[in-house]
Write a protein that binds this ligand. Sequence first.
Ligand SMILES: [Zn+2]
Length: 277
Amino acid sequence: MFSYTRIILDNTELSIYQRGLEYVNKKKVKLTSIINNGCQATASGSRNYEITLGFSRVGSPKYSCSCPYFSEHKKVVCKHIIGTSLAWDRSRSVPDPDEETLEVLCIPEPIFSHKDINEAYNNPLTANLDVIRIAADESGWSRPHAHLPIKPQVCNHTTLELTDINKGISELRAWARKYNFDPYFCAGEIMAGFCELIRFTKFKFDTLNLDDKIKATVLLANFHHELIMEKIDDSEGLHEFSETHLYDLVSELTNNQKLNQTQIKALELIKHKIDDY
Ligand SMILES: [Zn+2]
């Protein structure tokens, strides 16, 4: 006897499996018709949904549910389908999959939820940068691509000099030349690395004199422009991250210092560079 549940587990998230199991144990799934290689059921909850399980002519599993989750996540199994599948298997005396099978076959849970991702985009300055490092990998499909370091090495220095900014930027440029660097799938990682460099600069900012602070910000703003325009595919809107971090440096300069005309002009140029695309 085959386990239909086992067959569809590789399209099932573990948390959905657990909810489907709860569903069938609470007797919320009613099998309405059973044939040789398929079944139909009604799942009752706040609303009733219709579920059909079976196989296509070439023998791959074919299933559907009338619930909104299933229609939105095309082909990804919902809790009603799991509930029905377990009920159908049990009706044929097929045991539920064991823990180990579930661990191996189910789709791994996303590390960050949509909520985490939205929160990071809403507050780039304080965001956990792992969210953008990982987001592209979580999009469900991915090409082989380089895995980049967390941050440029200069960020581990105890002091900051202007030359460190240049070194950090050179490192980031070298990341983008790596074999297998992918402008889309590596975009989050390189952007996170760049934001680490800006955060490090901000952290050590007061150890620089005013002119060096401005020069540092110019270097970073120029690289920001280069990164967005030449190095990455910015279809996820990652520029928000470096942009916000750079404006934070700029506001540090405009708020706290007595600036002369040349310096004010330099800051205007920096601002222009930041959103020039
Ligand atoms: Zn459903």
